[in-house]
Design a protein around this ligand. Sequence first.
Ligand code: GDP
Ligand code: GDP
Length: 438
Amino acid sequence: MGLPIVAIIGRPNVGKSTIVNRLAGGKDAIVYDEPGITRDRTYRPAYWRDREFLVVDTGGLVFDDDTEFLPLIREQAIAALKESKVAIFVVDGQAGPTSGDQEIASWLRQQQVPVFLVVNKCESPEQGTIQAAQFWELGIGEPFPVSGIHGSGVGDLLDEVVQHLPPTDDTEEIRETNVAIVGRPNVGKSSLLNAFLGENRAIVSPISGTTRDAIDTVVERDGKTYRLIDTAGIRKKKGVEYGPEFFGINRAFKAIRRADVVLLVIDALDGATEQDQKLAGRIAEEGRACVIVVNKWDAVEKDSYTLNEYERQLKNRLYFLEWAETIFVSALTGQRVAKILDLVDTAAEQHQRRVTTSVINEVLEEAISWHSPPTNRQGRQGKIYYGTQVRSQPPTITLFVNDPKRFNENYRRYIERQFRTALGFTGTPIRLFWRGKK
Ligand code: GDP
Ligand code: GDP
């Protein structure tokens, strides 16, 4: 999911934009183009300690005036509030409570979101407390005296605000990891599944009737649960209908879509085939994490350099998955089978990972210093203002730039490589969006 949204509400001239600038640290306004976020409002990324969120300024809210366009602004504010997790209601401490504040307050009291009452323009601490106290009468709760201009009081406010934001992805770790086992017929998918079941505790085995495309088995290891999505079992169950070589690629595609991590099983004797390339392409396209499992390693004649050479050739063919780890196993002897779930854990963690805006911008600054963005024939240079991670699963970073057209494929790949070099993301694809200024 995207970042939680904090809405700023209040009459005109109370200092809303000043406070937004303060929260967003002077960064440029952005129009986000992400699902679930309305296009015609301006969102700005902000963070406090390790929490990130978006701030949206709803525009001045006035109830007691029926100028032509006011209902529109009001609608905007109402819509903004609907998608927000927290509202910050700004009032003017020097002006004291007005009837306009009263109206907004009574409207806010009917809304579902938690509201923080912020009394702005309280520059002096002693006076601020007195100014703020007048606003208890709005019935919104404790007034927070702040000065948008000086920044005083804003930290205390944010400490409270972030506590009301929903937990981030990393607290979701109790959830089971969905692992799809895909590959051509006879590469050893069923044998691998059995090897897993032999080693780990099967909680429910197998779950039938949930889907016609795969059989799910839930196993537990070290307190973690994995839902193994097996596409081979179905063919075996319905052996009459499908010949042993039948490869239901659509089934594999559906399993990939349900997975967090895909085990792409390759037959060591055949190497990566065209069908494997198809699966690899789909895994990358769907943004799934992946571990490449080369099975039947016991049957390969080996000398000392085979493994490296083998892996190099394999990665050449499966270039879509250059970020994935490869493991050489034998379902028959059980060699290294236990290690597969370790790689699944790493890939799943990286897939869900969130990196703070400050770290992303450190990496960007470093990358730009080594290698500045290209200049086009008119002498105009590409400029990256900053980046922020807008989503995980897979990690998705939006880069705000002057003009996306000024960044060629080479430079884009360079930046992506820099993120990988600095931040890892082993086992997961990452996505970069290049957004121009509106
Ligand atoms: P908005 O219409 O609610 O977005 O308000 P603005 O942020 O544009 O501010 C309105 C006026 O209040 C401007 O003249 C600001 O300089 C002033 N202002 C904003 N914050 C403060 C503050 O903390 N203290 C004082 N004294 N003035 C402020
Ligand atoms: P699936 O169609 O992908 O589920 O493949 P199976 O698990 O049914 O295995 C196909 C064939 O490969 C069977 O004859 C297995 O015994 C054999 N096989 C599976 N894993 C290994 C392995 O690690 N080494 C060797 N030598 N044979 C294996």
